[in-house]
Design a protein around this ligand. Structure first.
Ligand code: TXA
Ligand code: MG
Length: 322
């Protein structure tokens, strides 16, 4: 099925390779790039299809919300709602390894898939000239998880990216070894008390000193792939969800796939990447409609179908449970 992978291209970051990388990103392709923490697997954060390609390349069985990278603090204004705490922390730590989770702004161009359907978006301005030049060359914010296959360690050299992802990435910009080597600190500012979701490159104490108050700490094990605290934050439709439906029952909306044509259809062609790209936007549309429930056509259990089904099973689970 898949074409034989060609060796991925590593290019030293220079004006020419950055322009090429910017063009690839605007076409919806994946470009790996250095940040001060780890290498990121970048895609156009405003394009559902490009973001779906990230999940495909990582081979992750579920959709995790991704960090959206900007080249200036001012660029975050169009994406998220920024309060005084965020402004203080950006002034003190940006560019740098601090990711802020903030409410999605109305009209935000960020893909719903990038934020896993949540009403919040994680934003950060990386402290690396190649990352910043690349975001500017692309002319749009970049969604980027660490540039490794799911379950592998995060890459801190261009060669690590190729070892892990091979030709799943169109281009790897080489900026040498990453200075920090651990991922950014993730801080949730969407709640009244700032909450540390992931320890990382900026110490909690430094953040507390700037905010003048202690942080809440999510009860998370950073080594567990999914934590209860994070699961609760997943977007759940208000309407009940019924899986593996061939047809809609009375007053149900049908989310179709492949040969099953629905009220909305994730992918008539049976293309899992297209389905992933449409998933959250279509769930939201159906949720806001006149029906009493959402029936969903069967989705194949392979490739991105694993992540789509994981998400759908959560949406269909009795409420109050992950
Ligand atoms: O240093 C880093 O942060 C690297 C470089 C490439 O920037 N990126 C990175 O991305 O580590 P990733 O996808 O591996 O980790 C993103 C983290 C996850 O723990 C995810 O759950 C959290 O950020 N996250 C993203 N969006 C979120 C949101 N809206 N709400 C809560 N957590 C969010
Ligand atoms: Mg990672």
């Amino acid at each position: 099925m898949n074409p034989v992978p060609l060796p991925a291209l590593i290019e030293p970051a220079c004006a020419l390779s950055l322009a090429e990388a910017g063009r690839l990103l605007r076409e919806g392709r994946l470009v790996a790039f250095p940040t001060e923490t780890v290498y990121g697997l970048g895609a156009d954060a405003t394009c559902d299809r490009a973001v779906a390609a990230i999940f495909e390349a990582k081979g992750r069985p579920s959709f995790n919300p991704l960090i959206v990278h900007v080249a200036e603090a001012a660029d975050a204004l169009a994406l998220v709602e920024i309060d005084d705490r965020a402004r203080l922390l950006m002034a003190r730590f940006w560019p740098g390894p601090l990711t802020l989770v903030l409410p999605r702004r109305a009209g935000s161009p960020v893909s719903l898939l990038a934020s896993a359907g949540l009403d919040t978006i994680a934003v950060r301005m990386p402290d690396h000239p190649v990352a910043l030049d690349l975001i500017r060359a692309a002319g749009r914010p970049l969604a980027a998880p660490s540039a490794n296959r799911s379950g592998a360690v995060s890459p801190t050299l261009a060669l690590h990216v190729v070892d892990s992802l091979g030709a799943r990435v169109a281009l790897v910009l080489d900026g040498g070894p990453c200075r920090v080597g651990v991922e950014s600190t993730v801080l949730d500012l969407s709640t009244a008390t700032a909450c540390l979701l992931r320890p990382g490159g900026i110490a909690a104490e430094e953040i507390e000193a700037v905010l003048g108050s202690p942080l809440a700490r999510a009860a998370i094990d950073p080594h567990a792939p999914k934590s209860p605290g994070m699961l609760e934050s997943h977007y759940a439709p208000g309407l009940p969800v019924r899986l593996n439906a061939a047809t809609a029952e009375k007053d149900e909306a049908l989310l179709g796939f492949g040969a099953i044509d629905g009220t909305l259809t994730l992918s008539a062609a049976g293309d899992l990447q297209e389905a992933a790209a449409n998933l959250f936007a279509m769930l939201r549309l159906l949720d806001g409609g006149p029906h009493r429930a959402i029936a969903v056509a069967p989705i194949p259990e392979h490739g991105l179908g694993l992540a789509i089904n994981d998400r759908l099973r959560r949406a269909a689970a009795p409420r109050g449970q992950p």
